[in-house]
Unconditional design. Structure first.
Ligand code: ARG
Length: 458
């Protein structure tokens, strides 16, 4: 017998049961469902909507159900559709018809919204924490590489030399904004929808503030129709998760490139790579690739939910049940990615010499030759032209700028003097970028200090 069976003349078609049920995936929220019910029934007692002895029976029953679920003694069933009705059914089996009083002044519509808020609130905290751990791993590597020079790229062409510490700190900043976005969303996640009823509020003299306090919510949905209709707090999470994954996938792409034989900038630890079933020599950066790949499903989950919401009339529609799998999947995907990237970054080996070699055998000090000429009062545009010609000359003569003799240099501009060699040396070039936010060692050290205040605050 269905909990809502009274109005029906025959059982539901079994395919309908299977099609409409969400228990296979929403059982993940069973704890939140019980916590919410405990607060609700406590409020029913406090407001004298239910007598205290019944409230006590229901509380004892819910605790018993919780115990049984924890001990693996219960089997959820699609016949009871979702986690809410499964638990209510278990409660009634446990304590008899009085269990049926739990749902007084409540609808599954506000109940499910409550569960989602409770669940996401918990997961937000975990994801923020995991992101901080990744930031810390990047910070530690950055600190070790305050003197490791490498090419900085634009268009994936060598552009200007940077410190590896600088490059890694770029990610720490990105992750900081991801964390801040998650934190800012808190005030929209941590509000109470319970008490909204099905859509119009309830006829019972409930006390929503009391429930909000018990469950430590900072506020209550002002309008009950809104409370049961919207899932914008989940969309926001999925959007923030998408940006976080975008950042992680860029980091992963670099790990893949850097660990290729062509670059050979880093070596990922064996424990975080996999082999090939046919090519014995292979060591593949599968984890980094998979994080990059899984970014697609996180974006998909965002677009999926936005599309579910589009054009949906108020208030609750069963379409909203589609809010769950994408959210759960995103949480799992973030857990996996962040949990693995942290030790991968911690254990990666950096091939300093190889990076240095890359940065000395190229023209990434060309801007510095132009800047040198500017300091000798040549307009930048003209200096750019001069250096362009010098680079072309070098390419034709198979040389780099630092291989040129002073005579050769002076054939491009007589403003060039002996001091050009120090001006173009890689350490000079890097440390000359000492304006705020630049790659000079002194600036990167400051960025690391700022990064530490971020990770210590959260
Ligand atoms: N399983 C449903 C969901 O996830 C719970 C709410 C059902 N409400 C309803 N009126 N059918 O959305």
């Amino acid at each position: 017998m269905k909990l809502w069976g009274g109005r029906f003349t025959k059982p539901t078609n079994q395919l309908v049961d299977e099609y409409t049920a969400s228990i296979s995936f929403d059982q993940i929220m069973w704890r939140q469902d019980i916590v919410g019910s405990l607060a609700h029934v406590a409020m029913l007692g406090k407001c004298s909507i239910l007598p205290m002895d019944e409230v006590k029976q229901i509380i004892a029953g819910l605790k018993k159900v919780k115990e049984k679920i924890e001990n693996g003694q219960v089997q959820f069933s699609t016949a009871h559709e979702d986690v809410h009705m499964n638990i209510e059914k278990l409660l009634i089996d446990e304590i008899g018809p009085v269990g049926g009083k739990l749902h007084t002044g409540r609808s599954r519509n506000d109940q499910v919204a409550l569960d989602m808020h409770l669940y996401l609130r918990e997961k937000l905290m975990e994801i923020i924490q995991l992101t901080v751990y990744l930031q810390k791993a990047l910070l530690e590597q950055a600190q070790l590489h305050l003197d490791t020079v490498m090419p900085g790229y634009t268009h994936l062409q060598r552009a200007q030399p940077v410190l590896l510490g600088y490059h890694l700190m770029a990610y720490v900043s990105m992750l900081q904004r991801d964390i801040e976005r998650m934190q800012e969303s808190w005030k929209r996640v941590n509000i109470l929808p319970l008490g909204a009823g099905a859509l119009a509020g309830t006829t019972f003299p409930i006390d929503r503030e009391f429930v909000a306090d018990l469950l430590q919510f900072d506020g209550i949905y002002v309008n009950s129709m809104d409370a049961v209709s919207d899932r914008d707090f989940i969309v926001e999470f999925l959007a923030n998760a998408s940006l976080l994954m975008a950042h992680l996938s860029r980091l992963c792409e670099e790990l893949v490139i850097w660990s290729s034989q062509e670059f050979s900038f880093i070596e990922l630890d064996d424990a975080f790579c996999t082999g090939s079933s046919i090519m014995p020599q292979k060591k593949n950066p599968d984890v980094a690739e998979l994080v990059r790949g899984k970014t697609g499903r996180v974006y998909g989950n965002l677009i999926g939910l936005l599309t579910v919401l589009k054009g949906l009339p108020l208030a609750y529609n069963k379409d909203l049940q589609e809010d769950k799998e994408g959210m759960f999947d995103t949480v799992t995907t973030l857990h996996g990615a962040l949990g693995l990237l942290t030790p991968m970054i911690q254990t990666m080996q950096v091939k300093r010499e190889r990076m240095r070699q890359a940065v000395t055998n190229d023209f990434s000090n060309a801007t510095d030759l132009a800047d040198y000429l500017v300091r000798k009062d040549i307009p930048f545009r003209q200096a750019h032209e001069i250096v362009g010609r010098a680079v072309l000359y070098c390419i034709e003569h198979k040389k780099y700028l630092l291989d040129l003799t002073l005579e050769e240099f002076r054939s491009f501009s007589d403003k060039i003097e002996e001091d050009v060699y120090t001006a173009l040396a890689v350490e000079t070039v890097v440390n000359a970028r000492s304006a705020q936010g630049g790659t000079a060692c002194s600036q990167v050290a400051k960025q690391i200090e700022t990064g530490k205040t971020w990770t210590e605050e959260t």
